[in-house]
Design a protein around this ligand. Sequence first.
Ligand SMILES: Cc1cc2nc3c(=O)[nH]c(=O)nc-3n(C[C@H](O)[C@H](O)[C@H](O)COP(=O)(O)O)c2cc1C
Length: 290
Amino acid sequence: MQDRVHRYFATTVGLITTDGEHGRNVMAAEWTMQVSYEPMLVAIFIHDSPTLWNIRGSGAFGVNIASDDQAELVNIAGGYSGTEVDKLAIPGTFETYDGKLVPMIKGCALNAECRVRSIRKIGDHVMVVGDAEAAAFDDKKSPLVYTRGNYRRIAGKLSSGRKVVRVAPSTFDAFKQMSGGQFVLKCAAALAEKDGKVLVAKFGRCWMAPAVAVERGQNYEAALSKHLALIGVRADVQGIAKLERLMLKSKGRALRANFVVYRCRAKGGEGRWFARLPRNIVLRSFFEKA
Ligand SMILES: Cc1cc2nc3c(=O)[nH]c(=O)nc-3n(C[C@H](O)[C@H](O)[C@H](O)COP(=O)(O)O)c2cc1C
């Protein structure tokens, strides 16, 4: 394996605190992450060190996700071993508080006290998974990022890339109903053409490309084929024309909507076909070239 590849991952850095036979200690571990919501489990991947010895003895560890003003603390926690220096006793460095299980570090983006659930050797490190028994976060702190051997700040939030589409309140209600209360409306829509005309379907008081809500895990293409048959249109669903990731908005309300628009070859049957799109059509962009 190329020896520099590992540098191209980007991680946060956990300050892992422990207490036990080898004394109170802190180490830096970039391989720290939450691995289950419920129960909340946190995994750390560490080498054979005083941190691991303490964990084996006490069955507990603290995860303190370093904030971007704690790079120096990370250097100290990662630059010295507990066998060499009592890191937590260096004056003016780590500010700690007593957790229920272990000492914890102040000023971090997140603190979680974990009780060990599983310890397993994996490759050249040891995976320790713990149940988070207590967790707290500080919204004012931003996590430190570690990549390519450097510490970095999170530069800013990227746009979600969703296209904002404002719709009439009644249209919004129709979409909301379609979503069945889901956080994101997932839909398959048909772009069917026949003799220079396009297929549209009634949507509330307007028109729209025929569309059907898709349940989680359901195949979009199959759902659309079924829907077209249901509305009496004979058509082959041919392939994805485009994705439309939208933020539907109406009078202070918002709904995320993910549409997969399929090209369809119509063979007949019923349906409303228009040579020109009607004026009151919603999501007109579906019909525009991608
Ligand atoms: C930014 C950074 C990230 C690190 N990540 C890990 C890690 O994920 N796992 C690991 O075993 N060691 C990691 N280390 C190295 C340990 O922190 C280092 O070996 C430390 O001295 C161990 O502490 P201890 O011997 O007191 O337990 C990292 C070091 C730094 C500086």
